[in-house]
Design a protein around this ligand. Structure first.
Ligand code: TXA
Ligand code: MG
Length: 359
């Protein structure tokens, strides 16, 4: 089992030896390893059970430290770094030969981020190589925002988790691809794309396949059907009316017939529903409706932000999804308002939602 602690020395010792270590960032915990060593990168892919076609983000402490690893950096990159770094912004740029192809899944570009978490910066300043770090969860599952979340998924596969407390942003970085003629939004994230456009007076392209890299050859994180998926099915809805419709349409769960049971099977328990709410509690009539439709018991209600604050909701999202997946058979998740950080929250919820396949 991984050791959890707050020793920068321990963490950097493992990193120098080529082993992956979980580190806190302001967005989510990352599973970090030397971005220039193929053996270290392989260990990241193995621990996460991540397919090799999903490229990793390179983390460095300053703009200057990025320069040797990128090429043909456009002016806009410097303007974006000036305004948003360190912080939850990742830029895709043509990469230099210092970065192995394994890191970028064979692409001629790489994604770069300067994290704002003081512990991540301490680690990056203590070493002389860049860190590749995907989110420190099993591939396709809910991202970690605490050290305990990391242990849950990866504890048996990595030597050390550097604990920096709960993540303050709670959603992954916003990814902008600057490797082509026009800037392309690759992922909504911790900085709302709309505010980037407003503040820098730029327009980000959002082509239909914006989240597919290079004409669909490499799927981008979170575009695979089951990305961010909890262990149990999750169904998204927009408002209480839609929630009521969904529950009315779902098949009733009938209590098991006691005579039909085989003696050596454990007794069936009552199915449980988990409710992820954006701001308010479930509507009053809802419990009766579930009861009438034999939907099971409502077990956990997670309210992301009672005051309707999108930042607070973003910070709580992944922890709420994790607590619901532990205690419930089905999660019904209310979407956030479709603006600002709400776009990134809803992006994660939609990708986490049940697509009719089994996992
Ligand atoms: O906030 C974050 O970005 C976190 C923390 C740990 O920094 N990291 C993170 O990494 O979310 P990950 O592996 O979960 O997402 C990395 C994604 C890839 O799946 C892909 O979408 C994009 O970054 N990416 C990486 N390299 C790319 C490239 N060369 N071109 C386009 N997109 C790329
Ligand atoms: Mg991820």
């Amino acid at each position: 089992m991984a050791t959890v602690g707050n020793s920068i020395e321990q963490a950097t010792k493992w990193l120098r030896e080529g082993y992956p270590v979980a580190i806190p960032t302001e967005t989510v915990y990352g599973l970090a390893a030397n971005a220039c060593r193929e053996d270290a990168l392989i260990r990241i892919f193995e621990a996460k059970r991540r397919p090799l076609f999903d490229p990793l983000i390179v983390h460095l402490p300053t703009v200057n430290s990025i320069l040797p690893y990128a090429q043909d950096i456009p002016r806009l990159a410097f303007a974006l770094w000036e305004r948003y770094s360190p912080g939850p912004l990742t830029l895709v740029l043509p990469k230099s030969a210092l970065l192995p192809d394994l890191l970028s899944s064979g692409l001629p570009t790489a994604a770069f981020r300067i994290p704002a978490h003081p512990v991540a910066l301490q680690v990056l300043n203590a070493i002389d190589f860049p860190l590749a770090a995907p989110s420190a969860n099993l591939f396709g599952r809910v991202s970690p925002t605490t050290a305990v979340h990391v242990l849950d998924h990866l504890g048996d596969h990595i030597p050390y988790v550097l604990d920096g407390g709960p993540c303050s942003v709670g959603l992954e970085s916003t990814i902008i691809d600057l490797s082509g003629p026009e800037p392309i939004l690759r992922r909504e994230g911790g900085i709302p794309s709309q505010s980037i456009e407003d503040e820098l007076k730029i327009t980000l392209q959002r082509p239909a396949h914006a989240f597919r890299i290079h004409d669909g050859f490499v799927p981008s994180a979170g575009t695979l059907d089951n990305h961010y998926a909890p262990k149990v099915p999750l169904i998204c809805y927009h408002n209480n009316e839609e929630l009521t419709n969904i529950v009315s349409r779902l098949p009733a769960i009938h209590p098991p017939d006691p005579t039909a049971r085989t003696a050596d099977l454990p007794p069936m328990r009552e199915p449980t529903l988990g409710m992820l709410r954006f701001q308010s509690d479930i509507p009053d009539h809802f419990r009766d409706l579930c009861e009438r439709n034999k939907m099971g018991t409502i077990r956990i209600i997670e309210i992301l932000s009672p005051s309707g604050d999108l930042k607070e909701a973003a910070r709580n999202l992944f922890a709420a999804m994790r607590s619901l997946e532990e205690g419930c058979d089905l999660i019904l998740a209310e979407q956030a308002p479709e603006h600002g950080l709400g776009l990134a929250i809803n992006d994660r919820l939609r990708r986490a939602s049940f697509k009719g396949t089994t996992r």
